[in-house]
Design a protein around this ligand. Structure first.
Ligand code: SF4
Ligand code: SF4
Length: 1003
């Protein structure tokens, strides 16, 4: 064993730790990014760029491919020609690799794929973690090792690379996406000495190289085989799989000698005489272990946990042997769902292992065959807490434990869920637990990562950093969960009893229940523009009550003011980080501030001394502006929390989407979720984010009605309309407009209007506005002003603007910006980044064709800002027409869109046939009118819609028309537009006629 005094530690996440091992073991690395595995490929690429060498003293070739399928093919080719090769992936990316994975395994080729396990896209995409991807790859013939923590993921990477060379079986080294891949921990470094030569024998490498394809000794590999020999060929590999578990155990033993960290194919922890045992894989095992320790200490419970490390080849005999002889009941937890199966994969494997042991007469249990139940937990990174673990053990304590259960959700449809006590906690008193609330891209997460590194590097404390952000591109909230403690931290779940909390963004004040997770006596730091002696009265009543009830110490700083004064603009991350070190007392504040300054000098050195100095000045100015708020004698006098959703929103939006919005989505029961992933559109209008510190103010006296501001706005926040002067009778005070200049709108009024609650303050509209005052060129028709100055007035104006009828599309020319910008956008208030350059085009598409548009959206930025719950920006007009939107995958977008096109063309063709057939009954003149309509402009389309209405009035049965074979939809001409494919166009076809006719007349 190595001398433990020489162990060095790094504070990193599993992606970085695993990539470091994989890089050093590889000569070719083929990559393709997919969340949450992308940082592994990025690290490999950046190390190669600075010529970092692998174990053999050469820089690996890192090749970025066009897809995961391409990456797997490249790895396959590299392996066949004698290079050690690897890749990183997740989710459907892994599935794209499967065709090559069968080949790699079939050819007995050593390789390791590192997988940050992620949910598969079923009814919805999810970037978060579970095992549904790796479980889909379990028939490929690859060995599968699963780590439960950052340290284990890295250690198993090393063990996999060694074992694959000896066994010739390729390995998937997997660990939980986000919970492990992105959790920052303090882990022991795996040195080159550990890896180099000691884990890998030269003879394994020589034998791998000798099998490489070479014209010096040509062979043919990958033949086509026939029924006479294929079957036998498949059976040749059995002895390799049989040998693999022992090879893995040997590699684990060798690794233990080198590092002191000991692993087995399965590891049991808990009472030696346990009667109730949970079996599982991945990060959840850490939470179970923590709960087992607590239950044994508190209740002397006879419980234990068995962690499966090697999932394939399944180590059945070792598993049965590792269970305590006293076990009576077992719960097998799977972090995946296999619809229609007898049980999830691990559950089935355990039952098979036990029955085989019984059949062989090797069942070692004193009470005979244990009762085994299975359940699902933690899909898509759903929290898995000690409270839930306790619920599973409580289920096992029943005479008849529930089988095929779920834990952590409320399944009120089939009643599969287990009850549990949400207040059950195993958090130790000597662990500091801190939560920070910020906005995406505001620097909060980055500052917290720095804080963890400072504490990890400069103290003996163990650290854990986990960051929760939804997949919105920007402007959404982030919550950082940091733990610091004297022992390795096994709490693989979010903090529920924080002793330090910080609100970095005042705009979030009314959105979340921040103090719900505050421990008694916690410290709460608020960034607020209000002075300490005035702050109390600005707080919501709920927060005031919690501060008094929980004896919370309240501190405040106007971080934005400090940032402005020290030249930092809106960057408050260093200021808030300094406050944290002062108040949390994890290490002496002076010491911490020294480390912060060193980190600043290092981080910003490239940006110049001026930037470094400004950051240091901000740190120095922080503490004098940090104040404690005296809460002595305070009473609850604050405001009520406004509803998260507009009260005008439909019930479903308020009661379901509204819960997601304010962070209570976990409480939504199964019955309230759509069975097929279909959601109403046009819901982003009800989510009022109020992000902008500055808003654009319109000066109609300068406006030239060019439409540039509305065209450029990424969020459809600034709009224009022409309308009848009569409508002004109901206008609120302060509503401004002017005579429309466009010749087609003579006699009408024209207005530019913003929605102040939806503006992101990106300034694009004001930047692009060409109309300047002659006397003051800084004053334009649009000028950014502090939000408080115009917010309330513009809110009333916006409501009035919405009440004005949408413009008559037949009066709008669509061949120039000035005119077409008055069309109503049917893509509005998306969660795209402030200043996004894509969304103005998407919005314009929705203006031009939105009421007859079908969108096949590829997976990526546009599917996230376009289709990320809780609210979505694709909308509909006052007649209910709007873009119909669907997302298939990343890689099949063009084909998905082509499917729309082919289908709609076919439906049009059929509808025309049926119309001809029905001519006698519905009238030849009407049929001719429908079929002859060119549908080239808005007037044609409006006319065609009238034709359809007329057709709908005919009775199908009287007319003797055959039913169409299925629902027929509006046909639209296809146009692939890069990242998405939309079918849109100038035709509302005869198909549409039939579509609307059939249901109306068929009753
Ligand atoms: S500031 Fe940005 S988001 Fe706000 S109205 Fe102008 S362009 Fe739109
Ligand atoms: S860009 Fe300026 S001038 Fe043009 S319509 Fe907008 S406010 Fe008026």
């Amino acid at each position: 064993m190595s001398d433990q005094t020489t162990v060095t530690y790094s504070t990193i996440d599993a992606n970085e730790a695993v990539a470091s091992v994989a890089y050093r073991f590889s000569e070719v690395i083929a990559i393709y990014p997919i969340t949450p595995s992308s940082p592994m490929g990025e690290s490999a690429e950046s190390w190669a760029a600075v010529n970092r060498k692998n174990l053999w003293g050469t820089v690996p070739s890192v090749v970025e491919m066009q897809s995961e399928g391409g990456a797997a093919g490249t790895v396959h080719g590299a392996l066949q020609t004698g290079a050690l090769a690897t890749t990183f992936t997740a989710s459907q990316g892994l599935l794209l690799m499967i065709p090559n994975m069968f080949k790699i395994a079939g050819e007995l080729t050593p390789a390791v794929f590192h997988v940050a396990a992620r949910s598969l896209a079923y009814q919805a995409l999810s970037i978060f973690g579970d095992h549904s991807d790796v479980m889909s790859a379990r028939s490929c013939g690859w060995a599968m090792l699963c780590g439960s923590s950052t340290q284990e993921a890295a250690d198993f990477a090393a063990i996999s690379h060694a074992a694959t060379l000896e066994s010739r079986i390729p390995f998937i080294n997997f660990f939980d996406g986000f919970r492990t891949s992105h959790e920052i921990g303090k882990i022991a470094d795996i040195t080159d000495d550990t890896l180099n030569g000691m884990m890998i024998k030269q003879e394994w490498l020589d034998s791998f190289r000798e099998r490489a394809l070479t014209p010096d000794a040509p062979v043919l590999r990958g033949t086509a085989q026939n029924p006479d020999v294929y079957f036998q060929g498949r059976e040749t590999v059995n002895r390799f799989y049989e040998a693999t578990p022992a090879i893995v155990q040997n590699a684990m033993d060798k690794f233990a000698e080198l590092t002191g960290r000991s692993y087995h194919l399965v590891d049991y922890t808990g009472a030696p005489d346990a009667e109730r045992v949970i079996i599982l894989m991945g990060s959840g095992a850490e939470a179970v272990e923590e709960t087992v320790e607590a239950m044994m200490t508190r209740e002397n419970a006879k419980v234990g946990v068995l962690k499966v490390r090697l999932f394939r080849p399944f180590p059945a005999a070792e598993l049965v042997k590792a269970l305590p002889a006293t076990v009576r009941k077992i719960a097998v937890l799977d972090r995946t769902k296999e619809p229609g199966s007898q049980g999830e994969p691990l559950h089935q494997d355990i039952i098979q292992a036990l029955f085989d042991a019984q059949a062989n007469g090797t069942l070692p249990f004193t009470n005979g065959m244990p009762k085994v139940v299975g359940g699902r937990y933690g899909l898509s990174s759903k929290e898995f807490t000690p409270a839930m673990v306790k619920g599973v053990y409580d289920n096992l304590a029943l005479d008849t434990p529930k089988n095929h259960f779920t834990i952590g959700i409320n399944d009120d449809v089939l009643g599969t869920s287990l009850p549990y006590d949400e207040d059950y906690s195993t958090e130790a008193d000597d662990v500091t637990r801190a939560m920070f609330f910020g906005l995406g891209s505001d620097g909060t997460v980055g500052a917290n990562k720095d804080a963890i590194k400072i504490i990890g590097q400069h103290t003996n404390l163990y650290v854990q950093g986990y960051f929760v952000y939804d997949s919105k591109k920007s402007g959404s909230s982030t919550i950082s969960h940091l733990r610091f403690g004297p022992r390795p931290i096994k709490s693989t779940y979010l903090i529920t009893k924080a002793n330090f909390l910080a609100l970095h963004q005042p705009s979030l004040l009314d959105l979340f229940d921040f103090l719900k997770n505050a421990a008694n006596g916690a410290t709460f730091l608020m960034n607020s523009p209000h002075p300490a002696d005035k702050l109390w009265d600005t707080l919501p009543a709920r927060m005031q009550q919690q501060i008094l009830d929980k004896n919370i110490k309240l501190y405040t700083i106007d971080a934005f003011a400090v940032a402005r004064k020290t030249g930092m603009g809106g960057r408050i991350n260093m200021i808030m980080q300094t406050c944290f070190f002062k108040l949390a007392s994890v290490i002496p504040a002076d010491e911490a501030i020294g480390y912060i300054k060193k980190a600043i000098a290092k981080t910003y050195a490239k940006k110049g001394q001026e930037v470094v100095d400004k950051n240091i000045a901000a740190v120095d100015a922080t503490l004098e502006n940090l104040h404690q708020v005296d809460t002595t004698g305070k009473t609850v006098n604050g405001h009520a929390i406004p509803p998260a959703m507009s009260p005008d929103a439909p019930d479903y939006v308020q009661n379901v989407l509204g819960k997601m919005m304010c962070g209570e989505g976990d409480s939504i029961p199964v019955s309230q979720m759509p069975v097929d992933g279909t959601f109403p559109n046009g819901t982003s209008q009800y989510e009022k984010r109020n992000l902008a510190l500055d808003l654009p103010e319109w000066d109609p006296t300068l406006c030239i009605q060019c439409g540039k501001c509305t065209a450029v706005c990424p969020h459809a926040v600034i709009r224009s309309k022409f309308f009848s002067p009569d409508a002004l009778a109901n206008a609120p005070e302060g509503f401004e407009c002017l005579d429309a200049k466009h010749p087609d709108w003579k006699g009408e009024k024209f207005v530019i209007q913003i929605s102040p609650n939806d503006c992101t303050g990106c300034t694009l509209c004001a930047d692009v506005c060409p109309a300047k005052s002659k006397t003051d060129p800084t004053h334009k028709a649009l000028t950014m002003v502090p939000a408080g100055k115009i917010h309330d007035k513009e809110e009333a104006n916006w409501n009035f603007f919405l009440s004005l009828p949408d413009v008559d599309r037949t009066k709008v020319r669509t061949d120039n910006i000035r005119s077409m910008q008055v069309l109503r956008p049917l893509f509005e208030f998306s969660g795209a980044c402030a200043g996004c350059g894509e969304t103005p085009y998407v919005k314009m598409l929705s203006q031009l064709f939105g009421n007859r548009l079908v969108v096949a959206n590829a997976t990526g930025c546009s599917s996230i800002y376009g289709g990320n719950l809780p609210t979505t920006p694709w909308s509909h007009d006052s007649e209910g027409r709007g873009p119909a939107w669907a997302n298939s995958l990343f890689e099949d977008n063009a084909e998905f869109g082509l499917g729309f096109r082919v289908s709609l063309d076919k439906q049009m063709e059929h509808a025309i046939e049926l119309l001809h057939e029905a001519a006698g009954a519905v009238g030849q003149e009407l049929v001719d009118r429908i079929l002859a309509n060119p549908q080239k402009d808005e007037a044609d389309i409006a006319q065609q819609r009238e034709n359809i209405e007329e057709l709908k009035k005919k009775n199908r049965r009287q007319a003797g028309i055959r039913a169409p074979p299925g629902p027929l939809r509006i046909n639209l001409s296809a146009r692939a537009c890069g990242f998405w494919a939309a079918t849109a166009g100038p035709t509302t076809s005869a198909t549409a006629a039939w579509t609307t006719f059939w249901p109306a007349a068929g009753t």
